[in-house]
Design a protein around this ligand. Structure first.
Ligand SMILES: Cc1cc2nc3c(=O)[nH]c(=O)nc-3n(C[C@H](O)[C@H](O)[C@H](O)COP(=O)(O)OP(=O)(O)OC[C@H]3O[C@@H](n4cnc5c(N)ncnc54)[C@H](O)[C@@H]3O)c2cc1C
Length: 325
């Protein structure tokens, strides 16, 4: 029953974006390994999610169901997925790097007596060995490591959000559906959710799929120019992002950093303002459909990857753009 499995995380009744991105990775692995692609969900009353999932190019949807799965709990989800692994014997299971997965997956890996590669930035199937190659940064981003779990199954990893594009819906596709009532698997409940409280995050934190991003680099130079950059972003209805260089100048807080050690985004348009185009920064924006670079140095590396380049001082170019908009 070997297969490539993707754990589909549901949050507030919706599939998480990262899970749909992982279907893209899983689809490629399944094609390369000639395996079935299985989307696995854990929950209660999963009909709506199953209905959504069968619109994507998965071979099978496995729904692990029990009323106690309404809310996430470490023990019960570990038990459910462990039962799934024993029954379906996946060759590999992909998870998004989410708070839930950080709690769940190490425990599941230990229960399955297998390895886990966390926070990967890519995953591929190695034809010679028939093993999955997990790639991630190490030592604070100073090195890239390719990691293999040679002797144990399933091979398990968590993958960072934004490194794959979301898979697209397909028509005329028929996925098998296995619904599994997990009543027999339920053990003593050690944790009970008494109340859930929603915490409202700022717009910058929740919009993980911005269409347009204005990236601020060290070339913006001083804080008194931030207002101009914010006006520019507002005029375009864009989100702000930053290079590490800009954050080191304290132009924006750390959470705005795009790149190897920051956010991975794939907007339609990325406007890099005063950003040189270091590989570590570009790693976070490689999924952008169109890159526009504004830089005063004609030899800046960003011009090698940009679709459109404007060579000049951003402090005179941005006000001109604002007038035009
Ligand atoms: C292990 C490691 C991990 C890293 N991870 C990340 C990461 O995740 N994200 C990240 O961003 N960086 C990361 N970095 C840092 C990265 O290598 C670069 O140093 C950083 O991205 C540079 O930021 P910058 O392009 O803003 O600054 P700079 O490289 O200093 O570039 C500034 C640019 O602005 C231009 N400029 C100056 N004045 C103007 C003007 N008036 N108008 C127009 N253009 C102007 C200059 O020509 C220059 O090209 C990492 C580095 C290491 C070692």
């Amino acid at each position: 029953m070997s297969n490539i499995s993707v754990f589909m995380e549901v949050h507030n009744g919706q599939l998480r974006n990262v899970s749909l991105e992982l279907l893209t990775a899983g689809h490629q692995l399944a094609a390369d390994a000639h395996e079935e692609l299985v989307a696995v969900i854990v929950g209660n009353q999963n009909d709506a999610i199953i209905e959504q999932l069968i619109q994507y190019p998965v071979d099978r949807v496995v729904s692990l169901e029990h009323f106690s799965y309404e809310n996430y709990a470490t023990d019960s989800y570990t038990d459910a997925l462990h039962a799934y692994v024993c029954q379906y014997q996946p060759q590999c299971v992909l998870f998004g790097t989410t708070f839930l997965a950080k709690d769940l997956v190490p425990r599941l890996a230990a229960r399955c007596k297998t390895g886990l590669t966390a926070e990967c930035t890519s995953v591929s199937y190695h034809q010679d060995t028939g093993k999955i190659m997990w790639s991630r940064t190490g030592f604070g981003g100073k090195m890239m490591a390719d990691i293999v779990c040679p002797d144990r199954l399933p091979q398990m990893g968590t993958i960072r959000e934004g490194v794959y594009k979301k898979t697209k819906k397909v028509t005329g596709h028929l996925a098998k559906i296995d619904r599994w009532d997990m009543g027999e698997q339920i053990k003593l409940e050690r944790v009970r959710i008494l109340q859930k409280t929603a915490k409202i995050l700022s717009k910058q934190q929740i919009d993980d799929e911005p269409e347009i991003v204005v990236g601020l680099g060290r070339g913006v130079r001083t804080l008194d120019r931030i207002d101009m950059m914010m006006d520019f972003a507002d005029a375009l209805d864009a989100e702000l992002g930053a290079s590490r260089g800009a954050c080191e100048l304290r132009l924006l807080p750390e959470k705005f950093v795009i790149g190897q050690n920051g956010r991975n985004l794939h907007p339609k348009i990325y406007i890099a303002c005063g950003i040189s185009g270091a590989a570590q920064h570009m790693a976070g924006i490689s999924g952008a459909d169109c890159i526009i670079a504004i830089n005063s140095d004609p030899n800046a590396p960003i011009f090698k990857v940009a679709d459109y380049g404007i060579c000049g001082d951003l402090h005179s170019i941005i006000p001109e753009f604002l007038k035009l908009i």
